[in-house]
Design a protein around this ligand. Structure first.
Ligand code: GP9
Ligand code: MN
Length: 438
């Protein structure tokens, strides 16, 4: 009801984190290019895989060069916050600064009917942006074709816009190299400034569509085939992203864009992590839920060509924080929007990162599977002080408030009652993504 909406608005007001004065508006008016790095975990950054002869192979040399560039704000403690909705949950978080659902996928269950005030819509109405998603899989996957209309995406270039053959694709769509190559002709025609998202998908489980033989990148040598091929598909993705950057530079789009790379969720599930342990220099026998939590870090890199104050930032945050972070860089005030995250650069940013099921991490502690760990030692804290117990209980409450507020908004479709954003209502019927309006 409208009363519920008022309560939500009050919560959001209390948690608002003001922009960082130094950075607010530093990318104002630039094109936004999100590059979705499928299933890419933070441990792949700077990772070198040893082959059978002990020779090291850098998995993602290009993305690493961006990570260390002084034109990139790179985050080293950024966590995914998705659950069963996987890729689509990451999209929900980045586009809305709201969480996915605790069961199932928001895109599938509510994406086709709820009211949203998402990034494409905000940027269109306040800054005149055109928006588009590029993805080499069928538009119906995750109900994207319906959800994107309600997020306000002007264009959705799905598989029907690409030349997809048996030889250049796999079960989740077009391979990354042809995907970026074939996207260019659509990107070139977009009105600037644009807000775009490129959902590359080659690095998707089971990571077999391109194996070591084809890419020339070695397979890892564990007893788990999934782990073994993960590095080689990530390497292929890295080359594809590199090629795309080359194109952006040649076309001149690069200089007036802000390019953000993010990992959507883990690629190696907790059930497989014991077999991953050795590759991360850890002991299989002592691998614990603490370690499972730590590997939920994903890349989050904001590349701003021409900017030179870039660095690696150790602030703890999660995907819910990305939208206010971006809007502030673009010079958009977020105070009146219903967003549950906080600008990663804000002096008010709270370093408490919720996982979708109520677990959380902070710079000093990890609460995972109902157990509290000390980040320094990785050990379980069995006898916390009274003070620590109180603090942890407070964190639990804050996390559950944040998640419950998200669920209230989504399950109650509360944004339809919200008028203070100043945004005009969006009519999904005005959007049609079919090729040639078939
Ligand atoms: C498919 C792709 C995969 O279109 O986005 O989604 P995921 O399985 O990672 O959720
Ligand atoms: Mn995914």
């Amino acid at each position: 009801s409208a009363t519920d909406m008022d309560k939500v608005a009050e919560y959001v007001k209390q948690h608002y984190a003001k922009p960082n004065d130094q950075l607010f508006g530093m990318a104002k008016g630039r094109n936004v290019i999100y590059i979705h790095l499928e299933s890419t975990q933070q441990f792949l950054i700077d990772y070198k895989l040893k082959d059978k002869n002990g020779v090291e192979h850098e998995v993602m040399p290009f993305i690493n060069s961006l990570y260390h560039s002084n034109s990139t704000f790179s985050f080293s403690n950024f966590f995914h916050q998705v659950k069963a909705g996987k890729t689509s949950d990451a999209e929900t978080l980045f586009e809305n600064s709201l969480f996915g659902l605790n069961q199932g996928a928001l895109f599938t269950q509510l994406g086709g009917k709820n009211t949203f005030e998402a990034a494409p819509n905000i940027l269109k109405q306040t800054q005149g942006y055109t928006s588009a998603v590029f993805h080499g899989n069928s538009g119906t996957f995750w109900n994207r074709n319906e959800t994107y209309k309600r997020l306000g995406y002007d264009y959705f270039f799905d598989a029907s816009y690409y030349d997809v053959t048996e030889n250049n694709s796999f079960q989740y769509g077009l391979n990354d190299k042809p995907f970026f190559q074939q996207s260019v002709k659509y990107l070139e025609h977009l009105q600037q400034p644009f807000y775009t998202k490129f959902i590359a998908v080659s690095n998707h489980y089971p990571y077999t569509q391109l194996n070591g033989d084809e890419t020339g990148f070695p397979l890892a040598d564990t007893k788990d085939e999934t782990i073994n091929s993960y590095f080689s598909t990530a390497n292929y993705m890295d080359t594809a992203v590199h090629e795309f950057f080359d194109y952006l530079k040649q076309s001149g789009l690069y200089d007036n864009s802000i390019i953000i790379l993010y990992g959507d969720h883990y690629g190696i599930s907790n059930a497989r992590n014991k077999d991953l342990a050795a590759l991360l220099g850890k002991d299989k026998e002592t691998w614990s839920n603490f370690d499972n939590a730590q590997v939920q870090r994903v890349p989050y890199m904001i590349h701003i060509p021409g900017m030179t104050q870039g660095k690696i930032i150790d602030t703890y945050g999660g995907q819910v924080d990305a939208l206010p972070t971006l809007l502030h860089l673009l010079g958009v005030n977020t105070e009146k929007y219903i967003q549950l995250g906080q600008d990663m650069f804000s002096p008010d940013h709270k370093q408490l990162v919720a996982f979708r099921d109520g677990d959380f991490v902070t710079p000093e502690y990890t609460y995972y599977g109902g157990v509290l760990y000390d980040n320094k030692t990785g050990q379980e804290i069995t006898e916390p002080s009274k003070e620590l117990t109180d603090t942890v209980n407070k964190w639990k409450d804050e996390v559950s408030d944040q998640l419950a507020t998200s669920d209230k908004i989504n399950n109650g479709d509360l944004l339809r009652f919200y008028t203070q954003s100043g945004l005009e209502a969006l009519n999904p019927d005005n959007y049609n993504y079919l090729k040639n309006n078939e």
